[in-house]
Each structure stands twice: as C-alpha cells, then as structure tokens.
Design a protein around this ligand. Structure first.
Ligand SMILES: Nc1ncnc2c1ncn2[C@@H]1O[C@H](COP(=O)(O)OP(=O)(O)O)[C@@H](O)[C@H]1O
Ligand SMILES: [Mg+2]
Length: 265
C-alpha cells in the first residue's frame, strides 16, 4: 500500500498517525492489539522454551511483533535480519552470521562488556577494547554461542532472534538446522526465535518431520499471527485515523476493511 491517506502523503499528516506508520513498529504504543501474541511470547520465554517459530503470512506484522516483544522483555536479546544479511553478503555462511552476531552484541554495551571474558575464550575471535572480530578459520558458531550462554547464566535467558529465518537455508557449508539442534540441547540459557514469512520454506528448512534431519521431533512452540478480524480491523482504522484527527466515514472504513482483508501491513 502506498504511504498516503486520502490523497495526502504521510509527511503532511506529521507523525500523529503512529499506528499507520509504514515501517516495522518497535514500541508497544505503536502496535495495535497483538496482546495475546505478546503474552504468549513472554510466557514461552518465561518457561524457558528454547525454540520459538513466529509464523505468519507476509505483512501481518511479524517484524513489528518481534521488535516490540524484544523491547518489552527485560531479557537481553540479539536480533539478525537474515534476509538483509543475505542481500548484503549473498551468503549466510558461518562467518557472515558470526559477524552479525558479534556486531549485534557490540551494539549491546552490557552484553559485550560482560561477555568479554567468555568471548576471549572463543577460538577464531579476537577481542580488543569494544572491537570484536573473527580472525581465523577455526571460528565456530556453536562455540561463539557459549559466550552469551555463559553470560545468560547470570543475566537470565538470552533471546537470539532471526527475522526472515527461512534465509538460513542459504548457509552453504554451514548447516543451521544442525547448529540449532545442538544449540537448543546444550546451551541452557538461550532461546531462539525464528520469524519467517514464508512458512512453507521455513518448515522445509527446519524439517521437524524428517527422521533424518537434526531437528526431527524437537519441541517447538509456534506463535502464529493471524489477520485482524473485521471488527479489529475497524477498531484499528478508527483508532489510527482519530489519533491523527482525520475524519473518516463508516462507509470508508467498511470499504477499507473489505479491500485490505485484515492484513495490517
Ligand atoms: N499490530 C500492528 N499495529 C499497527 N501497525 C502494524 C501492526 N503490525 C504491523 N503493522 C504495520 O504493518 C506493516 C508491516 O509490518 P511488519 O512488521 O513489517 O510485517 P512483516 O514483518 O510481517 O512483513 C508495517 O507498516 C507495520 O508498521
Ligand atoms: Mg518483516
């Protein structure tokens, strides 16, 4: 959908239409509803669940839900947008994902400071000041994950989230299904959230039902995002427009609900 309302581009409405901003949301107040999903997410982390696929069709607000949930929870978290990473590096091999994990940790002052002693022990990673780098072929992701895991021992469960996780299938020699299987069995303090809009592709890659696959039969707690019902869509539109003090008729709201079919994006 184009970023305009009633023929006016967004900017001329200023930032009042926060519910309608066309970018993934990051704050609770910008996110309409999704109470159940946020609660489910929080409870799953609270119970120490280690593998949480977050599923939906495109544009139902998966990235927004993930951002808000990670912001709301007190747990430390690391998020990687795997599609973006793949577009940038044309691969998501272990060096690429390792680099992203390290740079996501660097962004979190607390993790990097406290995990530094653990990171120094990881083969193939060098730490100097706040700079951490992959410096040799010995580098292994499973070893790297020990650092946030050890940090999590004191700080509480750490969430590692992969947005557009279906792109992890482009790991070349790096097999993320095997890495995930290891990482959900061994490091106790990590929870992995795998958000994916191409659900079929994500499940083809995870292969929970394939007896020969590393993740076969593993417990996973799926959080599924649905379309808004017509009632919720109406409330979303009314609230969104009134927040910007835009007058809209019920006929226009009804038309929009029919056209957009509960897809918030
Ligand atoms: N619950 C919500 N309330 C308000 N806006 C939302 C909500 N969920 C998604 N959006 C909006 O919908 C669009 C798509 O959301 P996004 O999180 O990028 O979806 P996805 O990752 O599923 O493609 C964005 O403009 C976002 O701001
Ligand atoms: Mg997204």
């Amino acid at each position: 959908m184009k970023a305009e309302f009633l023929g006016k581009p967004f900017n001329s409405w200023g930032c009042k239409l926060i519910l309608f901003s066309p970018y993934p949301k990051t704050k609770r107040k910008e996110l309409f509803d999704r109470e159940r999903e946020l609660r489910e997410f929080e409870e799953a982390i609270g119970r120490g669940e280690r593998l949480i696929p977050l599923l939906e069709l495109r544009r139902l607000g998966k990235s927004s839900l993930l951002n808000v949930a990670l912001n709301e929870l007190s747990n430390s978290s690391i998020k990687i947008d795997v599609r973006k990473t793949y577009s940038e590096f044309s691969s998501v091999n272990r060096y690429v994902i390792g680099k992203m994990l390290l740079s996501a940790m660097s962004g979190r002052q607390r993790i990097i400071e406290e995990a530094k002693t653990f990171l120094e022990r990881v083969r193939g990673v060098s730490v100097s000041g706040v700079r951490i780098e992959i410096t040799s072929k010995e580098f292994s992701i499973t070893e790297l994950l020990e650092a946030p895991n050890d940090y999590g021992e004191r700080a509480g469960r750490i969430i590692i989230a992969f947005d557009e996780a279906q792109y992890l299938r482009f790991g070349e020699a790096t097999k993320y299904d095997g890495i995930l299987a290891y990482a959900i069995d061994n490091p106790e303090n990590l929870s992995f959230v795998l958000a994916g809009s191409e659900v079929g592709l994500l499940f083809d890659f995870l292969k929970f039902n394939d007896p020969n696959a590393p993740l076969f039969g593993r417990y996973h707690h799926d959080i599924i995002l649905n379309r808004f019902s017509p009632e919720l869509s109406a409330e979303f539109l009314r609230r969104g427009f009134n927040g910007g003090e835009v007058k809209v008729s019920e006929r226009e709201i009804k038309g929009a609900i029919e056209e957009l079919d509960g897809i918030v994006g």
